[in-house]
Design a protein around this ligand. Structure first.
Ligand code: GLU
Length: 475
């Protein structure tokens, strides 16, 4: 029986959870769910100067919002420094690593020579076989891996295929610095091994590290996890993803009103496909996701597509769930204030009533909130320029003429108000739209809204008639 799959997401908390990191997390989460395995979260906080608690919180919150929580509490890499040291010492004791006393000046000279000879800078192995008794006084050594000098190291990558590194290019790199702290290269291997990670899925900017890391696994006699290096996300122009083109933190997408389900759908399609499916729900994603289907080529980020996918998921989401979501997102949406103007119960009731009409028109929760603004607007309404033009151009007279019929209704529903407006329009020889337009302007202060009869119904008789009277009073 094969061991259960363990994946991990290993962000460095030097900034927020950016969109590329979110996709890496998604792929790790999906592969764990697909195989009935586990996804772990490791915070790579060894760089004490650049790591912040705020970034750790943002990463954990971002994952939770996206629905990609790890299956165990996060592990701090920094907290494991003693274990990293222990493994480096073990390699030393086994003759697989050695102490190097080269001074900064010597290393600098090595780099200069390599540069002059147009070679990549590599450590020249000067302490590899030297007797430690020759160690200069007062120099704290680093510990370097005794890497194989010839042959090649092969990474069997699920996405990139077989990637071969000539060992002469993988020099005796540092495992432990002279102050006893581990290098990134070393800490990652020790942690992945100790955490029981079976599958590493990460950005292909780590592919060369995979070669060096393989050497550490081999030196320790540990199994090398299955590797998948996924292509980075580029901008729509094929260049490195810029802020303008989407290189933002996950919280920015939240503030733009994207739904987690839509963002997951959009992100999974960046570099992975299942036939031509564009709209993929989470259950299908889990069922279909697999590593070899990940593309080798860079994915391109496209805001228009993300919006379209988001609009789809807004329409797919049940009205009640959207109302709940808007309530939760009030603090995150830039225009969330709109939803705080009335008692929560009232806001919920009105949103629920208006939701069928609202959600047809909104591509984001920001647009949904904006569309709902008329519900909670205070009288007398602020009328925008286009709406004012309609009201001024005979619209107020039409509203005045409609009022008696509407005011006389016993029953106030979308159907009954529509019938009243039709009766008036027919009698006056007007097209229905000519009557509806000024009504919309007077009721919402805008020229776009859900269907005007729904607007009348949702506002309720008293509020609707009061808004209409407000306009007539001005004529
Ligand atoms: N901490 C690394 C990063 O954020 C990832 C390391 C890894 O996945 O092995 O890029």
């Amino acid at each position: 029986m094969t061991a259960p799959v363990v994946t991990r997401f290993a962000p460095s908390p030097t900034g927020f959870l950016h969109i590329g990191g979110a996709r890496t997390a998604l792929f790790n989460w999906l592969y764990a769910r697909h195989t009935g395995g586990t996804m772990l979260l490791r915070i790579e906080d060894t760089d004490r100067e650049r790591s912040t608690d705020a970034a750790v919180t943002a990463i954990i919150d971002g994952l939770a919002w996206l629905g990609l929580e790890a299956d165990a509490p996060p592990i701090s890499q920094f907290a494991r420094a003693a274990r990293h040291r222990e493994v480096a010492e073990a390699l030393l004791a086994a003759g697989k690593a050695y102490r190097c006393y080269a001074t900064p000046a010597e290393l600098e000279a090595m780099r200069e020579t390599a540069k002059a000879e147009k070679r990549p800078p590599r450590y020249d192995g000067r302490w590899r076989d030297r007797d430690p008794s020759e160690a200069p006084a007062g120099v704290d050594p680093v510990i370097r891996l005794k890497a194989p000098l010839d042959g090649e190291t092969v990474v069997h990558d699920q996405v990139q295929g077989e990637v071969r590194f000539p060992n002469k290019d993988l020099d005796d790199f540092v495992l432990l610095r002279s102050d006893g702290t581990p290098t990134y290269m070393h800490a990652v291997v020790v942690d992945d091994h100790d955490m029981g990670v079976t599958h590493i899925i990460r950005g292909d900017d780590h592919l060369t590290n995979a070669g060096r890391q393989t050497l550490i696994y081999q030196a320790m006699g540990w199994d090398v996890p299955v590797m998948s290096h996924i292509p980075l996300i580029h901008g729509p122009d094929g260049a490195k993803l810029s802020k303008r083109h989407g290189a933002l933190g996950v919280e920015a997408y939240r503030a733009m009103g994207y739904l987690p389900v839509a963002l997951r759908n959009y992100l999974v399609r960046l570099g992975w496909a299942h036939g031509d499916e564009e709209i993929i729900g989470t259950d299908d994603m889990i069922a279909w996701f697999d590593l070899p289907a990940i593309n080798k080529g860079a994915a391109r980020f496209d805001f228009a597509k993300l919006e379209a996918v988001n609009g789809h998921w807004i329409r797919q989401t049940e009205d009640g769930a959207l109302v709940d979501m808007l309530m939760v997102e009030r603090d995150h949406l830039p225009n969330g204030e709109i939803l705080k103007r009335r008692p929560e119960e009232e806001v919920r009731r009105q949103l629920a009533a208006a939701m069928p009409g609202l959600k047809e028109r909104a591509k984001t929760l920001v647009e949904l909130t904006e569309g709902a603004a008329f519900l909670f607007a205070e009288r007398p309404l602020a009328i925008d320029e286009k709406a004012e033009a309609i009201l001024a151009d005979g619209g107020r007279a039409t509203v005045a003429a409609l009022l008696p019929g509407l005011g006389a209704l016993d029953e106030w529903t979308a159907g009954s108000v529509e019938a009243a407006v039709r009766t008036y329009a027919d009698g006056a020889g007007l097209k229905l739209g000519k009557a509806a337009q000024p009504l919309r302007a007077a009721l919402t202060g805008r020229t776009t809204s859900p269907g005007v009869f729904d607007v009348l119904a949702v506002l309720g008789r008293d509020e609707a008639l009061a808004r209409l009277h407000d306009q007539v009073a001005q004529s």
